[in-house]
Design a protein. Structure first.
Lengths: 260, 299
């Protein structure tokens, strides 16, 4: 057999080279913008050494308080995520091209964009003005920001479904809502659950950050310990956060498996 | 009320017949636009199908079978002409009728790819056939009464799938999925079943079972059945009447026993014949396009 290879194409080669050059230029530009300076890690090695020393002597003195705040962090993440799912289901459906006409879809998408564009830290500052310091402000911040994220992810899942089962339901004389409940939701449910679990895990991490601005959760202690050079306490808190996130990952993997 | 009701001497008769799921297609046309190319999929189709008939829609791929089928219950919208089922408008001059769901409720449709919801149980897929007559709060919360669930099992029993009722639909074989889809039309209490290539993805054995089920429903319940097929032998074996399409036009409409090899050549042969001429050899026409010898001999 005589096999024919496609002829070498200069056009293709030039495109590839051009793309690589453009990418390298972009990265070089961003290097300056981000003030990357690896040498600082060496010249300031003393600071890192001090930090590492503290880490090796964990300070368990306040561990009960830390565990309590970890629990608060989880509670914030849970409510923030569940409220976000409740908001994201209708918004995600309304933002999907195969469900809603453009004059519904576009406003829904822009609203989701706006919710997503503003970080939960910023929302936390707003809500602290509205409801005062504490976990409630943090929970509302997580809820609003996560609604934006889950709404977009949910709508993308809806847009990737197989339309044929939906048509099968439509052909029985069912109305639009019934088409969604019987034809769309069963198809998207595993992915929706998967995304919601992942966002719950992310929200546990975010909840530990919003605490830094005073919106409740473990972040408060984390911030305090770093600022007071109590690196032993920082090590304990970070260890607790890591254990929590790993535990959530293990549990959510099981839940995901059960829902497939 | 159909026009002419007051003047036509048999007007009353006609209303009664139309209520019994007569299909009336008048001057239906449809043009698809693919890029800059216009492609006429349906060309002035006029068709009458009476309640209780079992009709095969024949034609090669791209002849407009599926397109016509999807226009009958308004899943697709024509450019001109009209479709009425049982005296109710489905579409008229490219506009869907506002109350099309009332017509669809009485028209069951089965598809080449079965179109079941794979992650729902077989029984729930079948129960979806009765959504149109449930109050919204029950349909949206999937609350079916005991009697309704038993009705679904009865329907599944009729197509021999009662054992599989609580499995996910995706675990069934193709033939079983298609029969579950037929059970859905039973629960729907459809007076007309449209089959859009219902056996095209099935092995011969499963195809036969599906056609047997459809024929039994037609015979026992008086349900009108219209199926698009591309196997001529199935049309001959199951459907007393055949409508054949070619390039969006009806080229044959009559008793299936009147189909001759000449007619089949007209329906399918053009492409194969021109292909043969182009090749200049006496290549055999593809078997899928030629009637089996036995079937034609029987004619």
């Amino acid at each position: 057999m005589n096999h024919q290879l496609p002829p070498f194409s200069w056009t293709n080669a030039l495109w590839h080279a051009g793309f690589l050059l453009a990418f390298a230029a972009l990265m070089a530009w961003a290097w300056h913008g981000a003030r990357l300076d690896p040498l600082l890690l060496l010249t300031n090695a003393g600071n890192s050494y001090e930090f590492a020393q503290g880490f090796l002597k964990p300070n368990f003195h306040d561990w009960r308080a830390y565990v309590d705040e970890i629990a608060v962090t989880l509670h914030m993440a849970l409510w923030g995520t569940v409220l976000a799912v409740v908001g994201a289901v209708p918004l995600g459906l309304l933002a999907a091209a195969n469900i809603a006409p453009w004059w519904v879809r576009q406003p829904a998408r822009r609203l989701l964009d706006a919710l997503r564009a503003i970080n939960e830290m910023v929302f936390a500052l707003f809500f602290m003005v509205a409801v005062g310091l504490g976990p409630f402000a943090g929970t509302l911040a997580l809820f609003v920001h996560t609604t934006g994220i889950l709404g977009k992810l949910f709508s993308e899942v809806v847009e990737s479904i197989d339309q044929r089962p939906v048509e099968g339901i439509r052909a029985t004389g069912a109305n639009r809502l019934e088409e969604i409940v019987y034809g769309v939701i069963p198809q998207v449910l595993p992915m929706w659950i998967s995304y919601a679990l992942y966002r719950f895990e992310s929200n546990v991490r975010s909840a530990s950050v919003v605490g830094m601005v005073g919106a409740g959760g473990i972040g408060y202690f984390l911030n305090e310990s770093v600022r007071s050079y109590d690196y032993g306490a920082t090590a304990v808190i970070m260890g607790l956060i890591v254990i929590t996130v790993v535990a959530i990952d293990v549990v959510s993997a099981q839940v995901r498996k059960a829902t497939l | 009320m159909p026009p002419g009701h007051f003047f036509h001497p048999t007007g009353r008769m006609r209303v009664r017949q139309e209520a019994a799921m007569d299909i009336a297609v008048d001057g239906l046309c449809k043009t698809f636009r693919s890029g800059s190319r216009l492609c006429c999929a349906l060309h002035q189709i006029d068709l009458r199908i009476r309640a209780g008939e079992m009709v095969a829609l024949l034609g090669s791929s791209g002849s407009g079978k599926s397109t016509l089928m999807r226009h009958l219950n308004g899943l697709a919208l024509g450019d001109c002409g009209s479709v009425r089922i049982g005296g109710l408008d489905v579409q008229h001059r490219g506009r869907i009728h506002g109350d099309v769901r009332r017509v669809r409720a009485q028209v069951g449709m089965i598809f080449q790819q079965f179109n079941l919801v794979g992650r729902l149980s077989v029984a729930t897929n079948v129960l979806a056939g009765m959504l149109h007559r449930l109050p919204l709060w029950r349909s949206l919360t999937m609350r079916f009464t005991r009697a309704e669930r038993l009705a679904a099992l009865d329907a599944l029993d009729r197509v021999g799938l009662v054992e599989q009722a609580w499995q996910r639909a995706s675990t069934l074989s193709g033939g079983q999925q298609q029969r579950a889809a037929i059970a859905r039309t039973l629960v729907q209490k459809a007076r007309l079943i449209l089959g859009d290539e219902p056996i095209a993805s099935l092995d011969p054995e499963s195809a036969k079972r599906v056609m047997d089920d459809l024929a039994a429903i037609n015979r026992e319940d008086g349900t009108t059945v219209v199926v698009s097929l591309h196997q001529v032998d199935f049309a001959l074996a199951y459907c007393p009447r055949t409508v054949a399409l070619r390039a969006g036009r009806v080229v044959f409409d009559g008793p299936s026993i009147e189909i001759t090899p000449e007619i089949l050549r007209e329906v399918y042969g053009g492409d194969a014949a021109s292909q043969q001429r182009a090749v200049g050899s006496s290549r055999i026409v593809r078997p899928a396009h030629s009637p089996p010898a036995a079937a034609v001999a029987a004619v």
